[in-house]
Ligand binder design. Sequence first.
Ligand code: KG4
Length: 337
Amino acid sequence: MIVLGIETSCDDTAAALLDSEASILANVVSSQDLIHQRFGGIVPELASRRHMESITLIVKESLDLANLTLADLDLISVTRGPGLLGSLLVGFSYAKSLSYTLGIPFVGVDHMAGHLLSVFLEDQAPSFPYIALIVSGGTTSLFKVEGYCQFELLGATRDDAAGESFDKIARYLQLGYPGGPVVSNHADQGDGTALSLPRAWLEEGSLDFSFSGLKTSTMNHCHRLKQQGGMAENQIDDTCASFQQAVIDVLVEKTVKATQLHGINSVVLGGGVSANSSLRQQMGRRCAADGLSLYLPAVENCTDNGAMIAFAGLQQFLGGDRGSFGDDVYSRSPLGR
Ligand code: KG4
């Protein structure tokens, strides 16, 4: 069985081909970073226009890479939401048309389910149940995962997502877009203990997150330095390192807390921020110290991609799910809050 996975929820046009053993035959991502860079963030209208220009080419490229043609496809799996409606509509409409033309089924997949299951694209995958921390530009959530289609939300951000706060700090410091990788590079040169920044633990036992206070404190610190004559390179590095450390402390602590509260000893990460090398290292050290098994997707499968959508859709299809031409996209996930 050959599954085509299509992902256009935000600013990456992605297509992948998977066989029924979940082996990736092709995984193509066309980034729009260069388009949105000069605006310091994603411009939705530009994102959907570029998806329209790219989608056919990206699917064709994935088929060429796998040495397959459209006639070899058995199933189309496509992101239905959450995300930017204009962007989602491009991939979803394209998938419906392809399904109709080829006479093969399609399934609409929640983007979050893709991240929650992306670890199954690796050789080492956990058994159920596991605790999943999904950290991206729009999400910071903890889930209990009990099956391929059984997700229970345990906690979520009450304001900014972790990736969003990385992006906002980068924009404030004019470091470029997307902010995560560039802040992380500066953080690698800096001292994570240089600044005393707040960590929002919230109420006792809460698995929710909040990063807006940290973001404001970091920006206030930068503002003070700028008023005093500007920020030297080492001050930018220390700020990025201290900010990143505060984010990581909370992500690690709350994830471990979730394993304790739910008596689960496997942890999975997913989403763009889980590509962060310090987060991966520190989560790894903490899990080892606490006797937990940590499963990490490859860095290229942490950010948005078609392979995780293909995998999640294949599981839904095997569970009996079928998309209908009357289905529509959605901007907020029913899995989230
Ligand atoms: O999952 P993703 O590709 O897209 C969605 O938001 O769904 O995640 C993108 C986010 C951006 O906010 C980006 O700045 C962040 O992930 N990111 C990182 C790193 N790489 C990407 N954040 C911290 N460290 C990184 N290395």
